[in-house]
Write a protein that binds this ligand. Sequence first.
Ligand code: ADP
Ligand code: GN1
Ligand code: MG
Length: 366
Amino acid sequence: MKNITLERHLNAVRQFDICGEFVKCTPYGNGHINNTFLVRCEDKNGKTVRYILQAINTVVFKEPENVISNIERVTEFLKLKSGDPRRVLSLVPAKRGGHIYKDADGYFWRMYDFIEDAVCLERPESESDFYQSAVAFGRFQRDLSDFPAEELYETIPDFHNTPKRYRDFLAAADADICGRAAGVLKEIEFIKERADFYSVLYDANKDGILPLRVTHNDTKLNNVMLDGASRTALCVIDLDTIMPGFSVTDFGDSIRFGANTAAEDEPDLGKVSMDLALFDVYAKGYLDGCGGKMRHEEIMLMPEGAKMMTLECGMRFLTDYLQGDTYFKTKYPEHNLVRCRTQLKLATDMERHWDEMKRIVANYAK
Ligand code: ADP
Ligand code: GN1
Ligand code: MG
C-alpha cells in the first residue's frame, strides 16, 4: 500500500468525474487507516479545484462496496437536511457509475470534494474549538436519529464490542506470535484488572437503558471540520465506520482523543491526563448538538463511554503491537506500544476524576 505509484494515482483520478485537468497528487492527513491524498486540478479558467482521493484499506474494510453504500445512503440522507454543500461530505461520481473504482491490482478508490476554507485539528486550540467539534458530532447524531439503522452494513463487525476486543486481546497475549508479551506484562495486567468493566455498556443495552443508534464510531477531532473563518461546527468526515452503535461511545471516543492533555502517541506519560474542563465543554456541546435526543440514563453513562473507549483503544493498540503492527499505520517499531501506554495512563486519570466526571454529566442530565 505504501508505494502506490504516481501512474496508479493518475489512473485512479481519471476514473472519476472531476472538474478540469489533473495537476498534482500528494499524501495528506494523519489518518491511521486509509491512504489519503490531496488532488489538485485546474479548471478551464485556471482556477484550482481540490479533491481528497483515498485508497480504502481493504485489510480493515473487507467489503469496500458496503462502506461506500453506507456513505452514499447517509450523505444523501444528510443532504436532505442541510442545503449547504460544505456541511455534508460529497462523494465524486465514478465515470463507470457509482462512487468507487477497483483498479487492476485490486485497490479500491474513492474521491470526495475537498472541504475548502475549513480546519481539521489534531488538538483543540481552544475550549471553543472542542465545543464546536462536539456540536458537529452531536448534530450528526440528531440528524441521523430517524435514519433506518437496519439498512446499514456493519462495515467492521463488532467494532466497539469491547468484551470481544478483550477476548481478542487475551488471545493475542496468549499466542504471543512476535515474542513481545514478556516486555509488556505490566500493561497486560492493567487491562486484565479491569475485566469486569468491559461489558458495562452491553449490559446497559440488554437492560434497555442504552439504545442502539446510528453512530459514527470514530469521533476523533481530526474526523470533523470546523469553518476556517468562524471556527464553528461544519462537517463530520471519515464516515467509513457508520454503523449501529451507542451514542456514549461516540461521545467517549472524542474525549479519549481530544480531552487528553497530550497527543495520542506522547511518549512522556507525565504529560498525559484528562482535562476536566474539556470533558465538561464537550459534554455540553454534544448534548447541545443532539438537541434533546439523548435519554437521561444515556447521558449518565457518558463517563463510562469515555473510559470504555480509552481502555478499548489501549487494548487495540497493544493487540496490534503483540501481533506485529499489522492494523494501525506506525511510524516506528514501538509506536503502538507508546499509544497503548498513553491510553492506559489516560484511563487511570479518568478513574482518579471519576466522581467529578459523573457530577458534570449529572448536571446536564437534569
Ligand atoms: P482515515 O480513515 O485514514 O483517518 P480520513 O477520511 O479521516 O482517513 O482522512 C484523513 C484526513 O484527510 C482527515 O483527517 C482530514 O484532515 C483530511 N480529509 C478527509 N476528507 C476530507 C475532505 N473531504 N475535505 C478536506 N479534508 C479532508
Ligand atoms: C483509527 O482512521 P482513523 O485514524 O480516524 C481507527 C479508530 C481508532 C483510531 C485511533 C477504522 O481511526 O478506531 O480509535 O485510529 N479506525 C479504524 O487513533 O479502526
Ligand atoms: Mg480519520
